[in-house]
Design a protein around this ligand. Structure first.
Ligand SMILES: Cc1cc2nc3c(=O)[nH]c(=O)nc-3n(C[C@H](O)[C@H](O)[C@H](O)COP(=O)(O)O)c2cc1C
Length: 142
């Protein structure tokens, strides 16, 4: 486990509960491997925008216009971060009974057919198979 990717959609700044929980998780992972690198993808400032008719071709990697090309560049960058990660820690606070829309926009940018997922007879399947699946609750630090 060498690369840890941290993705967080909180808009609470320093008061964020999910950031504190994510930090506990990251410190535990660093306790296992102190040499691991940590990449932070903070979604709270709108750096990963929602898709529009002018940009959606970019996430599908069929870009032509400038808007589509810059969206494809961002999508490529986010996919590369995800592919490089051995562990992904996602801070997902509840916003209106769902995940934050910024986190949904991140998923819209990293889900690309034939790159991160594909369709099979059995339905959609993930292509980032080197990652282990863990859903684990960490005790809060208080
Ligand atoms: C826009 C918004 C919508 C929210 N919607 C819900 C909700 O539907 N249900 C809920 O239990 N809490 C909701 N909350 C409260 C957050 O889940 C709670 O404040 C949580 O601590 C946010 O995580 P954070 O501290 O890491 O930002 C909402 C908060 C915000 C800012």
């Amino acid at each position: 486990m060498r690369n840890i990717l941290v993705v967080n959609g909180s808009v609470s700044g320093d008061a964020s509960v999910s950031r504190a929980l994510v930090e506990v998780a990251v410190q535990r992972l660093l306790g296992i491997n102190p040499d691991a690198s940590v990449t932070h993808r903070d979604l709270s400032h709108g750096a990963v925008p929602h898709l529009t008719p002018a940009t959606v071709a970019g996430v599908r990697a069929v870009a032509n216009t400038d808007h589509e090309l810059s969206t494809q560049a961002l999508s490529d960058e986010l996919i590369a971060e995800l592919q490089a990660a051995d562990v992904v820690v996602i801070g997902a606070p509840m916003h209106n009974f769902s995940i934050p829309s910024s986190l949904r926009a991140w998923f819209d940018h990293v889900l690309r057919r034939r790159v991160t997922f594909s369709y099979s007879e059995a339905g959609p399947k993930g292509l980032l198979t080197s990652k282990r699946r863990h859903m684990r609750s960490f005790d809060p630090p208080w």
